[in-house]
Design a protein around this ligand. Structure first.
Ligand code: PLP
Length: 485
């Protein structure tokens, strides 16, 4: 194996592995080294694995990066060829406490050695009850809460709709364009993007009514002053006249900030207005915080910025530090609507996943990760806004807390999306040792989902790489970055 450095960009060369603000100078097996060595990306072992992937996995299981992880710690990851990266994708927002946090690993090991599974419908594991209690205490709003644990974000969405229908006796659901709620049939029916999610999978579940989300940057009215045209509200009024009576609507489901949709931050009065409208019509409000939850936006839950208490709050991703676990947190009387046996599943509330989640909550408190999200985000935002002054490719920089993104455009005046430039940027960043992912209706948004344990030094390093990648993409000939994606 060749040991050339990542072009000229091998930055951190000392073998430090960092969690939070503590630094461990010993590199033991399983930890991610910070030195960046090896010739090609993907290297030979990744290429060999990729050939097997292509042979045995369906093409529908997309991957951004054809490199294969060997070890990871905090915000660092090493691939099977020995290349080292900063990981600013964090398993799409699953690793807010970082890769393999020692406290989470210890909790998993301890619980696995005790017992791994009983099925909550046979014998409820104590960690299920303890986690429910912690989440009930943590969830925003004064109402008493109950918690259902399931395995994935999509499953939380499915169950929230079931619970809302049982609680209201109403069938219809209102969702938003450009949303993402998961890949199961009902979650897809609520998801507001056709390609690749909805396409070829119909018929999808019915009685779902869709409103435009206030995506001000790409709105036809594109207000220079930032005033929202409130198109969503007018569309809802029209929907109540033309499609479904408000008394037939069980719930509105909304992401406080659209994640897959491109980190679209709505105007501050959007969620309070939506909730007031729901209350007026006896409709339940479901906040899908699968991506925005667990400190990402600089509050534990994004709805806290708006000062609202949703009827149902959906959590997954960073809840269990990478183990499959999701939750529906809801007002107790709403959660108790389904009959005994109407909710659950074989694996929901698995004790190992719950033990991991309890450790995640301790890490959040001990390492003050919610505050850390604000600090990381503030630094990234200042830097990215300064790039907007210099690189015409950047149309918009937006975000809240550590949920920051930039939208790439070919033409600022028309806001013409530049998806090929976004794809090129990912490649340029990866070749320099930074893992990033995209998002957006037009596939042209570069989003940051770095672990919240990312150190100041790592953040600077990651942003330096991102800027170098931006310079490289900006210098590429038009046809290379503006071609078909
Ligand atoms: N809801 C939101 C807001 C999401 O971002 C996602 C996944 O990205 C989901 C639901 C689906 O979660 P999962 O992939 O765990 O099913």
């Amino acid at each position: 194996m060749s040991t050339k450095q990542h072009s000229s960009h091998a930055r951190a060369t000392s073998a430090k592995v960092t969690h939070g603000h503590q630094t461990d100078n010993t590199n033991t097996p399983g930890e991610a080294a910070t030195s960046a060595t090896v010739a090609a990306i993907p290297g030979p072992r990744s290429q060999a694995l990729d050939a097997e992937r292509e042979r045995y996995l369906p093409r529908g299981v997309y991957t951004y990066h054809h490199i294969y992880p060997a070890a990871a710690a905090g915000a660092r990851l090493t691939d099977v060829d020995g290349n080292a990266y900063l990981d600013f994708a964090g398993g799409i927002g699953t690793l807010n406490v970082g890769h393999s946090h020692p406290a989470v690993v210890a909790a998993i090991q301890e619980q696995a050695a005790r017992y791994t599974h009983t099925c909550a419908h046979v014998l409820t594991p104590e960690p299920y009850v303890r986690l429910a209690q912690r989440l009930a205490e943590l969830a925003p709003g004064p109402s008493a809460k109950k918690i259902l644990l399931v395995n994935s974000g999509a499953e939380a969405v499915e169950n929230a709709v079931k619970i809302a229908r049982a609680a209201t006796g109403r069938p219809a659901i209102v969702a938003f364009e450009n949303s993402f709620h998961g890949r199961t049939n009902l979650a897809l029916a609520l998801t507001g993007k056709v390609r690749p999610y909805r396409q070829s999978f119909g018929p999808l579940a019915g009685d779902v009514h869709t409103l435009p989300f206030p995506y001000c940057y790409q709105c036809d009215h594109h207000p220079a002053a930032g005033d929202c045209c409130r198109d969503w509200e007018r569309t809802l009024e029209r929907t109540f006249l033309t499609r479904v009576a408000p008394e037939q609507v069980a719930a509105v489901i909304v992401e406080p900030i659209q994640g897959e949709g491109g980190f679209v931050v709505p105007p501050t009065d959007f969620l309070p207005s939506l909730q007031a409208l729901c209350v007026r019509h006896g409709i339940l409000l479901i906040a899908d915080e699968v991506q925005t939850g667990f400190g990402r936006t600089g509050r534990m839950f994004a709805v806290e910025h708006a000062g609202i208490e949703p009827d149902l709050l959906l959590l997954a991703k960073s809840l269990a530090g990478g183990l499959p676990l999701a939750a529906v947190v809801g007002r107790a009387e709403v959660m108790d609507a389904p009959l005994p046996g109407g909710l659950g599943g074989t694996y929901g509330g698995n004790p190992v996943a719950c033990a991991a989640a309890l450790a995640v909550l301790d890490v959040f408190a001990r390492e003050r990760l919610v505050e850390r999200a604000r600090a990381l985000g503030a630094t990234a935002l200042v830097r990215m806004r300064s790039w907007r002054e210099r690189y015409s490719l950047i149309g918009d920089v937006r975000g809240l807390g550590a949920m920051i993104a930039m939208e790439l455009v070919r033409d600022r005046e028309r806001r013409t999306p530049a998806p090929a430039a976004a794809a090129a940027l990912l490649t340029e960043a990866r070749s320099r040792g930074l893992i990033l992912i995209k998002a957006g209706l037009y596939d042209n948004v570069i989003r940051l989902l770095m672990p919240l344990v990312t150190t100041d030094e790592q953040l600077r390093e990651g942003l330096d790489i991102l800027e170098e990648a931006l310079v490289a993409v900006s210098a590429q000939p038009d046809e290379a970055v503006n071609g078909a994606h």
